[in-house]
Design a protein around this ligand. Structure first.
Ligand SMILES: [Ca+2]
Length: 177
């Protein structure tokens, strides 16, 4: 789902970038059917784009709020009555994993995310590993463009409520023997 202002936008498309307000996207995937200790050789998030107008890359980071609500979260609150420590799921201690060198809980993607069709955000294996080992099999992510500026620098993907099913976001995990 996207967060961008004081309204919950579950079910709307997933824009990332721009500003005034910026658009960020939150995901939660259940990966609990991956057995503990199973080798994870890779993972990627496959998005189908409705539009792509960004020349700026961004990051996929672990969302820290285990009790966030897809049907209640907004730019200012992770669920009704509970504000993010910093709006936009921004606080690096309470809301989101801090980006930084060597921090496998944040993964960069390069610009453009794609020009059309599918955008595949790769390198998510360590985040899936973390979800299986430490988060009860829940992979929670926040996608944020590195620089959020007014104007055309944004892209937009289809959400998990869109039809047909084939355009919905897919998490692809490859497992070892
Ligand atoms: Ca949704």
């Amino acid at each position: 789902m996207q967060i961008s202002d004081s309204t919950n936008h579950d079910g709307a498309d997933l824009p990332v970038g721009s500003a005034g307000p910026p658009f960020r996207v939150l995901f939660e995937f259940d990966v609990s059917d991956i057995p503990a200790g199973k080798v994870i050789t890779g993972a990627s998030l496959d998005l189908t784009l409705a539009a792509s107008n960004s020349s700026i890359g961004g990051k996929v980071c672990r969302l820290r709020r285990a009790d966030w609500s897809e049907t209640q979260a907004t730019w200012t609150a992770y669920k009704t009555g509970s504000s993010w420590a910093a709006a936009g799921a921004s606080d690096a201690t309470n809301d989101v994993e801090s980006p930084g060198s060597g921090n496998t809980a944040c993964v960069s993607y390069a610009a453009p995310v794609a020009t059309t069709g599918h955008a595949v955000l790769g390198g998510l294996g360590p985040l899936v590993r973390d979800a299986v080992d430490l988060r009860s099999g829940k992979l929670r992510l926040r996608i944020k463009q590195d620089t959020e500026t007014a104007g055309g620098n944004w892209w937009r993907a289809y959400d998990s409520e869109n039809t047909p099913v084939s355009v919905r976001p897919k998490l692809i995990v490859t497992l070892g023997p």
